[in-house]
Design a protein around this ligand. Structure first.
Ligand code: BMA
Length: 332
């Protein structure tokens, strides 16, 4: 399977990239100048993490989670020529339109997906508890507020980049109103991005590194083999939760069906900026850029709920990892 896999998506000639270091056995290897975005990068920030990046006008743009010095969760727009050096707006992004009843100023853990000619932002919103907020934009200046996708409690709403069988698709993780000690990935379908139904179970964690809960990460990447889904998985330890990242391959036509799931994680907190911060031992991927020409990927992840890390891999590397770690006795 590796070597012949085709990415169905845009070419990104200036994708941020570094070759894998000699002797490195990581599935996702880190940018040598990580953290790519520091905790004070935004005006009055306490921390900048769990953020979403997309290609934009020959460079990159993103929606960033910033917890400010009052520890309010806010979303900010940032722009970059190369995906490495970022400039941020000084004010949080503003919503226009929408029903005032569901309007909230805050939000966290954004994802951004381009579908046809619009960019859709999904994030963890507050409406009597955590749920999935949605907005669309074409210019990253005006964000048109849409309806919340689900009833509370839900987190990590992640849209697919196109309709499948006539429906828009969203992954999510139903949850509770606290630091949820459970969680599995579900897929919901919608004819219009407003009314969501036909909910299907996708995946539960149970392999060791993800036994407590799992939730979707970046937008799934379409390949000729299926949808590549990066996700976060959590264990509970005597000193608290540890967040790692994993990968699974979903069926192209029925993406709630898992074709294969790597039993070993693809990224674990092991650098100081991932192990020490406001919430220690967290890697939390929210964006994955994939270049259809080379198969290279650049993954942006929150580190220790404090800074943004950048990692690199290729689609072939992820598929090989899935193949190598799915069904051996050691991994059972
Ligand atoms: C989750 C979310 C994330 C955070 C993670 C680790 O429940 O709040 O934003 O990164 O916990 O603290």
């Amino acid at each position: 399977m590796p070597g012949k896999v085709r990415i169905v998506g845009p070419e990104i000639p200036n994708l941020p990239w570094q070759e894998k270091p000699q002797g490195c056995s990581d599935v996702i290897w880190r940018y040598t100048a990580n953290p790519v975005i520091g905790r004070y990068a935004i005006h009055k920030a306490n921390s900048v993490f769990n953020s979403a990046v997309v290609p934009w006008e020959g460079g990159f743009i993103g929606v960033f989670r910033c917890d400010n010095v009052c520890m309010r969760h806010r979303l900010y727009v940032g722009r970059s020529p190369d995906g490495l050096k970022w400039d941020f707006e000084t004010n949080p992004l503003q919503f226009v339109g929408g029903d005032k009843e569901i309007f909230t100023r805050g939000g966290y853990d954004p994802r951004v997906v381009k579908i046809d000619d619009k960019y859709y932002v999904t994030w963890c919103n507050n409406y009597h508890g955590a749920t999935i907020g949605m907005a669309w934009t074409t210019d990253f200046k005006e964000f048109h507020l849409m309806e919340n996708a689900f009833l509370p409690f839900n987190r990590n709403g992640v849209l697919f980049p196109r309709k499948v069988n006539g429906y828009y698709l969203m992954l999510s993780r139903p949850s509770d109103n606290a630091h949820t000690p459970f969680g599995e990935i579900y897929l919901s379908q919608s004819p219009d991005l407003e009314f969501w139904g036909r909910h299907r179970h996708v995946l539960r964690g149970n392999t060791g590194w993800d036994w407590l809960k799992i939730g979707p990460g970046p937008m799934p990447i379409e390949t000729s083999e299926g949808w590549l889904m990066l996700y976060h998985g959590v264990v509970n330890t005597c000193t608290g939760y540890v967040y790692r990242a994993g990968v699974a391959l979903l069926d192209l036509e029925q993406p709630w069906k898992v074709k294969a799931n790597a039993k070993a994680y693809v990224l674990t907190p092991s650098e100081p900026y991932e192990m020490v911060g406001d919430v220690p031992n967290v890697v939390f991927p929210c964006a994955a850029l994939a270049d259809a020409k080379t198969g290279r990927m650049a993954i942006y992840y929150g580190a220790a709920d404090t800074v943004v890390g950048l990692g690199f891999t290729t689609v072939d590397t992820l598929l090989q990892h899935i193949k190598d770690t799915q069904d051996t006795e050691d991994n059972a």
